[in-house]
Every structure is written in C-alpha cells, then in structure tokens.
Design a protein around this ligand. Structure first.
Ligand SMILES: C[S@@+](CC[C@H](N)C(=O)[O-])C[C@H]1O[C@@H](n2cnc3c(N)ncnc32)[C@H](O)[C@@H]1O
Length: 194
C-alpha cells in the first residue's frame, strides 16, 4: 500500500480529494499531526472518513507512514508541508468537514509571536477550505495562547463558537497524553456558518 506522497506534484493547484483518496467520504484534516496518534486512531475508528495529516517535520510524517502500512490503514494521506501554505494554496475550497489543530507550537516569547500559526491570513485560508457547517477544533496547554486563539476566532464574521471537542481516550494526541493531569488544557471549537 502506498500512502500517496509527502510532497505535492503541483504546488499551485489545489489537491483533489477524489483523486488523492480514490473514495468518496467525509474529508478531515489534522494540521500539525505530529506523531499521528490521533490521526491513526481516528482513521481506524472512522474507515469511511478520508483523513489528511499535515506536518512540516519529515521524520514525523515518515513514522506515521510506517505505522499506516503496519496497521493496514487505507483512509489516510500525508503531506509534509508548512500548514499556512497548505491551507492557503493546496487545500480545495469548501471541502473540509473538520479541521483538527491540536497543540500548535505556542512560541511563548513575545518576540517570537510572529511565528505563531494563528493570524488573520492563516484563518482566511482555513475558512476557505472548510465546507459550510465545517468545524475547527483546537486544543492547547498554553493558556495565554489559548486566549489569543479564541479571541481571534471569536472576531471572525463567518465563525460561531460551538461545543469544544474532547477526544475519547483512545484518540488523545501524544501531546494531550503528556499534559493530561499536569497542565490545564484549553479547548475550543468553531463552526463555519452556511
Ligand atoms: C506540539 S506538536 C503537536 C503534535 C500533535 N498535534 C499532538 O497534539 O500530539 C506540533 C506539531 O505541529 C507541527 N507544526 C508546527 N508548526 C507547523 C507549521 N507551521 N506547519 C506544519 N506543521 C507545523 C510540528 O512539526 C509538530 O509536529
């Protein structure tokens, strides 16, 4: 089995989920999928859902690919790429039912805040790829960043806050498992208006 490819053939044309997955179904994206614990569990629990894992670290993407092959999971594809570029240029419009963004790098020092993923331009891309009624789920252990994220999302005209997503124990991410019981975790979810 091949898990598609890590790097797109065409850097300028949005990918076509039907061509990439070859099957119809919900289309979900795990942005910054890390070592893939959530991605793999979610895919196994929802075989009819097509999941795309995106991360900029090649080593992590390769490890997930090995696990996909070992576990025979067929409904996941992987992209090794910068998340901002992916949502802005590579994701098709109105296509994604759910986007998971768990434990984004917080860049805690003020002088590094410019490196954070959440900003207006990133959210323009993210809203574009979500289908109407599509949902974004966010979680982070860094509470000041959580407040910033929630504040930015609350001000978007097309987003409405909805019930936060709490993953089942079997679908907790690696970072969530690391922080659970040690640190408070901020969670929020926002739905794109029809
Ligand atoms: C703190 S880890 C969290 C991983 C996973 N979501 C979890 O909860 O266990 C953040 C992940 O996002 C990836 N990442 C951070 N910034 C990124 C960006 N701008 N584009 C793509 N991946 C990014 C990192 O390589 C890392 O794997």
């Amino acid at each position: 089995m091949t898990t598609w490819r890590y790097i797109p053939d065409d850097w300028l044309t949005p990918l076509d989920p039907a061509a990439v997955f070859g099957e119809p179904g919900r289309f979900e994206v795990d942005l910054g999928c890390g070592k893939g614990r959530f991605l793999l569990a979610r895919a196994e629990h929802h075989p009819g859902t097509r999941l795309l894992g995106i991360d900029r670290m090649l080593k992590r993407i390769r490890k997930i690919d090995n696990k996909l092959n070992a576990r025979g999971i067929a409904n996941v594809r992987l992209l090794r790429i910068e998340a901002y570029y992916a949502v802005t240029y590579l994701m098709p419009k109105d296509a994604v039912s759910t986007c998971y963004l768990f434990f984004p790098d917080p860049w805690p020092k003020k002088k590094h805040h410019g490196n954070r993923l959440f900003n207006e331009r990133f959210l323009d891309g993210l809203e574009r790829m979500l289908s109407p009624g599509g949902v974004l789920h966010v979680a982070t252990d860094h509470l000041p960043y959580f407040e910033d994220i929630r504040g930015i999302l609350s001000q978007r005209d097309r987003l409405t806050e909805s019930k936060p997503f709490v993953p089942a124990e079997s679908e907790q991410t690696d970072f969530e498992r690391w922080y659970l019981g040690k640190k408070e975790i901020g969670r929020c979810s926002f739905t794109l208006r029809d």
